[in-house]
Design a binder for this molecule. Structure first.
Ligand SMILES: NC(=O)c1ccc[n+]([C@@H]2O[C@H](COP(=O)([O-])OP(=O)(O)OC[C@H]3O[C@@H](n4cnc5c(N)ncnc54)[C@H](O)[C@@H]3O)[C@@H](O)[C@H]2O)c1
Ligand SMILES: [Zn+2]
Ligand SMILES: [Zn+2]
Length: 377
């Protein structure tokens, strides 16, 4: 069958909207009609080549983008028991097989099946099912939500209540879970804490919301873009600065010179120097969470190792907010229903054909999260 989709043909090429061929769902697979897809920087990291080595380049392009999304099941393949046509679903970029040792211990975010994330082909079996101009596509995170429809494994989907607005709910499938969990689960924010969030795009904005809900006394938003800093106040930030250097004196003032309890790094690109700066404002017994991604390859991280040890600090990596997607999605959507988590206010809608405009708005901080809408206005 045919589908309109956003394809990137090579590093730094703009998204091109074109018709692609999609094969029918095989065993364990589901054909999803995507209704909404959020623009997360992780797609952009591949498009710009930031996260692609020379050797990987040939395997990443042409790329069908998108890993944040919500839609409706239109057809199921043999043996699919979890979903039926008409069901509403969320994309799930961490497949969470339910059987590996990580899934079995509640850590579905580091499921063994994630290893296929950057490879071509379907999650199970590796067949190619999506083609543009006759060429095989690399499908982002085995999802490819920047399309009217794709075929995905049932493990790459989560059930979604049919009454929830798809454009808002879709954010829970990456940015919101990742940011919220970075502050609350991985960072362990507790009532009365001083929290600093570095980079307040869709992920950082959600970290600020998480910290506020966990009872943080003070939340500083750090972002070079003024509009992003202003928007962060809506999420619960109590102060803001354009850089860690600019915010440093305020962090010292707020903590009696001791430093922040939790520092969450969610900028577009993390560098070794930024980790150094973040550790400098992380206080005694504090936690620094690295959620944002870096350019590919190894980077030195300059750090005062003595102070790191003596101050009993923690430096932690974080995938998907360190939350099991099957547990976190209903929990976060429950908070949304209660009015404790704002999703609607994060969304700026664009048509699929306006993806390049949505991306420049996002890169220049004119929105919090651009959401492509395939079926709603
Ligand atoms: N670990 C995970 O599971 C996971 C999941 C999703 C996204 N990510 C990563 O999280 C990061 C944020 O994603 P996003 O979609 O919110 O991106 P985004 O581009 O929407 O927002 C990033 C923000 O960081 C700001 N920024 C850039 N450099 C900065 C700096 N030096 N100091 C402070 N702020 C800075 C930008 O102005 C922007 O507002 C990206 O690196 C993305 O790839 C990781
Ligand atoms: Zn993402
Ligand atoms: Zn698993």
């Amino acid at each position: 069958m045919k589908s309109l989709a956003a394809i990137c043909w090579g590093i730094n090429e703009p998204w091109s909207i074109e018709e692609i061929d999609v094969d029918p769902p095989g065993p364990g697979e589901v054909l999803v009609e995507w209704a909404a897809a959020g623009l997360c920087h992780s797609d952009e990291g591949i498009r710009t080549g930031e996260r692609v080595t020379k050797e990987e380049e040939a395997t990443r392009f042409p790329m069908l983008g998108g890993h944040e999304g919500a839609g409706v099941v239109s057809e199921v393949g043999p043996g699919v028991t979890a979903f039926s046509p008409g069901d509403h679903v969320l994309a799930n970029f961490v497949p969470a097989c339910g059987r590996c040792r990580y899934c079995a211990t509640g850590r579905g975010y580091i499921c063994d099946d994630n290893k296929g994330f950057a490879q071509r082909g379907q999650l199970v079996g590796g067949l190619i099912k999506h083609r543009a101009r006759g060429q095989d596509l690399f499908v982002m995170a085995k999802l490819g939500t920047f399309a009217e429809r794709t075929v995905v494994s049932q493990a790459s989907l989560l059930p979604l209540d049919a009454d929830l607005p798809l454009a808002s709910a879709c954010l829970v499938s990456c940015g919101v879970a990742t940011g919220w969990g970075s502050a609350v689960e991985r960072g362990g924010t507790r009532p009365g804490d001083v929290v600093v969030v570095v980079g307040t795009g869709g992920v950082g904005y959600s970290a600020v919301q998480g910290a506020r809900n966990a009872g943080a006394k003070h939340i500083m938003a750090i972002d070079p873009i003024e509009q992003r800093r202003e928007m962060a106040h809506k999420a619960g930030a109590t102060s803001a600065a354009a850089s860690i250097a600019d915010g440093r004196a305020e962090v010292a003032h707020l903590t009696n010179g001791q430093g922040a309890d939790v520092v969450v790094l969610t900028p577009s690109v993390v560098t070794g120097q930024l980790i150094h700066d973040a550790l400098e404002i992380t206080g005694k017994g504090g936690t620094c969470v690295v959620t944002g991604m870096a350019e590919h390859g190894v980077q030195p991280v300059p750090m005062d190792i003595g102070m790191f040890a003596l101050y009993n600090k923690q430096l932690l990596g974080c995938l998907f907010g360190s939350m099991d997607p099957r547990a976190s999605a209903p929990r976060l959507l429950g908070l949304y229903r209660q009015g404790l988590l704002d999703l609607d206010g994060m969304v700026t809608k664009y048509r699929l054909s306006d993806i390049n405009e949505a991306l420049s708005d996002s890169n220049e901080g004119r929105n919090i999260r651009g959401v492509l809408t395939m079926t709603e206005g």
